[in-house]
Write a protein that binds this ligand. Structure first.
Ligand SMILES: Nc1ncnc2c1ncn2[C@@H]1O[C@H](COP(=O)(O)OP(=O)(O)O)[C@@H](O)[C@H]1O
Ligand SMILES: [Mg+2]
Length: 391
């Protein structure tokens, strides 16, 4: 029996477009002899759609037309089997359904990478690719990640964080706290976003205030860190689960500016907007960024980073593929773990290819891991057969 894989993408997230690119790359990689792919697109408003037109990146130029040609779907559970009802286009057409065997979430950021979608899939008992609810939620929150990594003995950069209402109510006190703790230059970033959105390097009070104002329009929590000016960035992916995890080769992303920007990550550098990627079919996204693979560094440093990546993955009980990003201060050679990307752009497929694992092999392994976890979860007792209310 061919299994139906629902690739879920888009979503109510500022990284919506990145998700579309990553998802279409993933759909192209999945072995069609073994699996039927069902695209499930969540619009910016949160409506769910399926249909063949969602498989072509160029159709996303005109969203209104695309959605008019696609089918609205309703998630449903029928005696333990999940399916999607396709909303009839008119009252004269019948309602049809598609069964879902495995979900492959490729939503970056809010409501997709942060554990909320994973929670919905858990409730529906649909096996799903990638991290579970807790590890997704932890990795999405940069402050919680730092606290837990520190508890596991992994070095992270010192930080100061606060919620937006504290900034609105006591701006001067917050500024004074920051300046007591740190000296410029600093980095200001949102507590729970990705793709460098809202990340700013600041050198003075005016820029600091502007950067914080920008972050509170995007996120409820602000994070301030010292700015590593002589920086080397290294990323390393980890694949597996807590029973068996393997590490990829390391990459060094190259930035065109002071910090690695949204454009560096998705448009190969320069000042291009994300729209530039759309012209290249499904070949844009994180895989089109400038990078050195393998990263140039000593064998000792390479082994240390791979070890830390695996330690972090297991400490947070991650599963699937996670890209772990590090910041190295080249003045001191100190390695700081920056963040874990549980739905890394392009699923970091390009970090496995040098090890002989194709993108198709990677998707196959991710699907296997999803089924394994679902079997393990279904072995747990969740209800008793006796109805004690009978008595
Ligand atoms: N403390 C720092 N010092 C220097 N550069 C930083 C620092 N923190 C972040 N950056 C730069 O900003 C980029 C984005 O920051 P990051 O914390 O990874 O957020 P995101 O989740 O948006 O990717 C990093 O890839 C790096 O180039
Ligand atoms: Mg990052």
């Amino acid at each position: 029996m061919t299994l139906n894989i629902a690739v879920i993408f888009g979503g109510r997230s500022v990284e919506h477009e990145i998700s579309i690119i990553s998802a279409l790359q993933c759909i192209n990689a999945i072995d069609r002899d073994k699996y039927e792919v069902v695209p499930l697109y969540i619009s910016k408003q949160g409506d769910w759609y399926t249909g063949k037109h969602l498989l072509d990146l160029s159709n996303f130029r005109d969203l209104d037309l695309l959605l008019a040609k696609s089918h609205r779907v309703i998630l449903n559970q029928n005696s333990g089997r999940a399916n999607f009802y396709l909303e009839p286009k008119s009252i004269f057409t019948k309602r049809s359904s598609i069964s879902i065997d495995i979900a492959f979430p490729v939503i970056h950021g809010t409501y997709g990478e942060d554990g909320s979608l994973q929670g919905l899939l858990e409730i529906m008992n649909i096996p799903y690719v990638g991290c579970d609810v807790l590890s997704s939620a932890i990795a999405m929150d940069k402050v919680t990640t730092k606290i837990l990594l520190q508890a596991s003995g992994i070095k992270v950069l010192d930080y100061y964080s606060f919620y937006s209402e504290i900034w609105i109510g006591s701006r001067d006190a917050v500024l004074s706290d920051i300046k007591t703790k740190f000296t410029y230059p600093l980095i200001v970033k949102p507590g729970n976003l990705g793709s460098s959105i809202g990340v700013t390097a600041v050198n003075d009070d005016v820029a600091l205030e502007d950067a914080i104002d920008l972050v509170i329009s995007l996120s409820q929590r602000v994070l301030i860190e010292p700015h590593i000016t002589n920086l080397k960035e290294i990323n390393c992916a980890v694949l597996g689960d807590r029973d068996f995890a393997e590490v990829s080769v390391c990459e060094e992303p190259i930035s065109s500016e002071e910090i690695l920007t949204y454009q560096d990550k998705y448009s190969g550098g320069g000042k291009n907007k994300i729209g530039v990627c759309l012209g290249k079919g499904a070949s844009g996204g994180m895989s089109s960024a400038k990078r050195k693979i393998p990263a140039e560094m000593s064998q000792e440093m390479n082994a240390k980073i791979q070890g830390l990546a695996k330690q972090a993955f297991i400490s947070l009980n991650c599963s699937g593929v996670v890209r772990v990003d590090f910041l190295i201060d080249q003045n001191t050679n100190e390695i700081y773990l920056c963040e874990l990307n549980t739905i890394p752009g392009s699923l970091a497929f390009y970090l496995w290819e040098p090890l002989g694992k194709s993108f198709t092999d990677l998707t196959e392994r991710l699907i296997e891991l999803a089924r394994k976890r679902n079997r393990e979860v279904n072995n747990l007792t969740v209800s008793y057969p006796d109805n004690i209310l009978k008595a």
